[in-house]
Design a protein around this ligand. Structure first.
Ligand code: C2E
Ligand code: MG
Ligand code: MG
Length: 743
């Protein structure tokens, strides 16, 4: 099976993917903004640097000019020649002159050997000085003494007026460098208050760039833009999250939950498949869901209706298979069912039982003399008269050509006698002259009776006792109602019955006297024939038929043994090449045998014959339905090996149609009661035809059994049978004779 995934997980997956994409896009925007911000900052930093260093250059030039001018001042030359009032000159004259700028901290003159002039004059209290005692080799440098003193020290040589190449001294100034910058410059990019040196002590000009710490003023536009981007990104992420949650909740509410409800609804329908009404519990938001649920509900009801119809159809078929079409009373199968039900019930509810048989005397002669139509009419009237004569609710069954039976419970011998006498007098007093029958029509009644609290063995013998009583009644011209009495056992019938028992048991145990008769099954379209093998016990003077064989076999539970003997017989026929090559064979297997674990082995010896012979295995439907699981496995195995499976007596069981689709069979055989009912009323005819149609539609071959007349052949063909079987095509014969050659 293909792996399926819950809609919930699909939705979650979709949401996660969508969310990831949106968030990736969002963070992409964030990083892009950050990059812009960085590039704006970098540009501003470069501008600030340019601004700073051009300001420094400008100021250096101006200071250089100032110093140059100073070196040319006469008074400086004079002080270098005669420095006796140097302090006075420096502190009064110089500081008041135009040469001393307000941002100078100190200005001093140095001798040619770079010694400070002020040091030559003794007894002078030296103030805290920014300029050193000796000038060093560099004409421009910084002296950083945190926290308060950051000086720029600049010196310039003073040249002799007579010989301009001769250095006669130096002038040097100490400047508050930052103050100078602040006064003379306007900064647009540089964050001036931040400007500082990152080290202390002596800093030469070549170190200036590295030693200065500076930064650009932050750009309000870019900062604002960045704040906007940042805010947007955060808000957008929150909105995406919130939207995802809302969409998820919405889809869950609108689609997922209703889908789950629908799924539960369908599950509910399945679990209550046999309920008549299914309540629509879930209410849906979407019209489509509501429609779907409505349609499912309607479909479910339609299924239930179809199922009910099929059950009805089964019921009707079951009814047909148990009704005699001529008299419309129950048939032999219905009577057997009633008898077995009574036997089962007897264990828990012991009661008196009368097993009653009614038979028309000399019916065969009457039938031959007056024709089948009169014979049929006579049977019909007999059934109706008997049914009317019997107490209400008491059923009459037609169990043979002119033989009727009834089971009367909970009545005394006298009461049973009264019932029988009344029925008999009603029968013989009927004016059969109306049918142009000139002879007096007489009937015989045989009764087997068991009183209260009998052992079950005494009940099981009632059919045979009723048979014997009937035999007595037939042979007694006056006493036409006969109750079985002990002592009858010594009669011929009983002897026959013991003889039969021995014959059947010997056959089951040893296989003696078993033989198979073959009845042709004709394919209507191709005219091909295959043969159903039907068991017989063959003795010199008589043949024993399945109705007798299987009563005894069932009683002694010897079905498996008998089937094994029959299969052995068929195998030996094949091995000895007693059967013509290439003929198809159909063999019956009892339900019990089919459930044996060795069933597949039982057919193993037949495998080699499958090349030459089509071999069909016939099973009855009840076993298939009761044990469909186990039996299906076995049957499918046999089918794979090449055997064909036929479902025998279809329509005689209860629930066959319902299981039809799952039955592991190739051929369906309609019970002969269905074939015969094709003559009955139009409704019955239609029902059988529609069932036949369904079976053909499902792909099975359809055999109709019990075709006895040309009319039945036509009806069976019309109904859709692919094959037919019956006396009209050919009777069972000890040799598989093609139709037409059968006697
Ligand atoms: P079945 O398998 O449904 O066989 C068809 C029965 O209908 C046969 O009765 C056959 O003689 C009879 N039949 C065929 N055509 C007509 C017809 O046109 N009119 C009438 N009235 N009857 C017809 P048979 O041979 O007495 O067998 C009766 C049942 O005994 C079979 O019914 C089958 O269930 C069982 N049976 C027969 N042979 C074997 C066997 O070898 N093994 C097992 N396990 N069961 C067998
Ligand atoms: Mg059969
Ligand atoms: Mg059959």
């Amino acid at each position: 099976m293909k792996r399926s995934i819950s809609a919930k997980y699909v939705l979650i997956g979709f949401m996660v993917v969508a969310l990831s994409l949106l968030l990736t896009a969002n963070f992409g925007l964030y990083f892009e903004g950050q990059k812009i911000q960085q590039s704006v900052h970098d540009t501003a930093q470069i501008e600030a640097q340019k601004e700073l260093f051009s300001a420094i250059d400008r100021n250096f030039k101006s200071i250089d000019q100032q110093l140059k001018k100073l070196t040319e001042w006469d008074e400086v030359h004079q002080q270098l020649n005669q420095s006796s009032y140097y302090y006075y000159w420096r502190d009064q004259r110089l500081k008041d002159s135009e040469y001393f700028k307000p941002y100078y901290i100190e200005l001093d003159i140095y001798q040619a050997d770079k010694l400070k002039l002020s040091h030559l004059v003794k007894d002078q209290q030296l103030a805290a000085e920014a300029l050193p005692k000796h000038l060093n080799s560099q004409s421009r440098y910084f002296l950083i003494q945190p926290p308060h003193h950051d000086y720029l020290i600049v010196s310039h040589a003073v040249y002799s007026r007579q010989d301009p190449s001769q250095v006669i001294g130096h002038v040097a100034i100490a400047i508050d460098f930052f103050e100078l910058l602040a006064q003379d410059n306007q900064f647009y990019y540089l964050d001036f208050p931040y400007l500082h040196f990152n080290r202390s002590g002596f800093i030469g000009m070549h170190q200036l760039k590295d030693a200065l710490e500076y930064r650009a003023i932050s750009n309000p536009v870019s900062d604002h833009l960045w704040n906007l981007i940042e805010g947007f990104v955060v808000k957008f992420a929150l909105i995406i999250l919130a939207t995802t949650l809302i969409v998820f909740g919405f889809i869950k509410l609108i689609f997922l939950d209703p889908l789950q409800k629908l799924s539960l609804f369908v599950k509910g329908l399945r679990s209550q498949a046999h309920a008549n009404q299914t309540e629509v519990q879930a209410s849906f938001v979407l019209e489509e869901h509501q429609n779907l649920q409505k349609q499912l509900s309607e479909y479910h009801h339609a299924l239930l209706d179809a199922q009910a119809q099929l059950s009805q159809q089964n019921q009707k078929l079951w009814q047909i298979s148990r009704t005699d079409p001529l008299t419309e009373v129950g048939n032999r199968r219905a009577f057997d069912d009633a008898w077995h039900a009574l036997l089962q019930q007897y264990g828990s509810q012991p009661t008196t039982i009368a097993y009653m048989l009614f038979d028309c005397d000399h019916f065969k002669a009457l039938n031959d003399t007056y024709g089948h139509q009169v014979g049929d009419e006579l049977i019909k009237i007999s059934a109706q008269t008997l049914q009317r004569s019997f107490p209400a609710g008491q059923n009459i069954y037609r169990i043979g050509g002119d033989e009727f039976a009834s089971l009367v419970v909970d009545k005394t011998v006298d009461e049973v006698e009264q019932i029988a006498q009344k029925a008999l007098s009603d029968l013989i007093s009927y004016p059969f002259v109306q049918l142009d029958i000139k002879e007096k029509v007489s009937f015989s009644v045989g009764v087997g009776y068991a009183g209260h609290n009998q052992a079950i063995e005494n009940i099981e013998v009632l059919p045979r006792q009723a048979d014997i009583a009937m035999y007595k009644a037939k042979h007694s011209p006056h006493n036409k109602v006969h109750f079985y009495q002990h002592g009858h056992d010594t009669s011929n019938q009983s002897l026959v019955s013991n003889k039969r028992l021995n014959q059947v048991l010997t056959a089951a145990y040893t296989g003696q006297n078993i033989c198979l008769h073959y009845q042709p099954i004709l394919n209507i379209k191709t005219q091909d024939i295959y043969y159903e093998a039907l068991v017989r016990l063959q003795f010199e003077d008589e043949t024993v038929f399945p109705s007798d064989i299987f009563t005894i076999i069932a009683h002694h539970r010897l079905e498996v043994e008998l089937d094994q003997q029959i299969l052995n017989y068929l195998l030996s026929q094949l091995q000895q090449k007693r059967l013509p090559a290439n003929i198809g064979l159909s063999v019956n297997i009892s339900a019990k045998t089919l459930l044996q674990p060795f069933i597949v082995d039982l057919f193993e010896p037949f495998l080699v014959y499958l090349k030459q012979h089509k071999i069909v295995i016939e099973i009855t439907e009840s076993i298939l339905i009761e044990h469909i699981q186990d039996v299906s496995f076995v049957l499918n195995k046999l089918r794979r090996q090449g055997f064909l499976i036929a479902l025998d007596d279809f329509g005689s069981g209860y629930s066959s149609i319902r299981y039809l689709a799952n039955m592991p069979v190739d051929i369906v055989k309609f019970d002969m009661t269905l074939t015969h009912a094709l003559n009955a009323d139009l409704k019955t005819q239609r029902l059988i035809q529609s069932t036949a149609h369904m079976i053909r539609e499902a792909g099975y071959e359809l055999v109709m059994e019990g075709v006895e007349t040309q009319q039945q052949l036509e009806l069976a063909t019309q109904a859709g049978a692919t094959n037919i079987q019956g006396y009209y095509i050919g009777r069972p014969n000890f040799k598989p004779n093609p139709p037409g050659l059968v006697a």
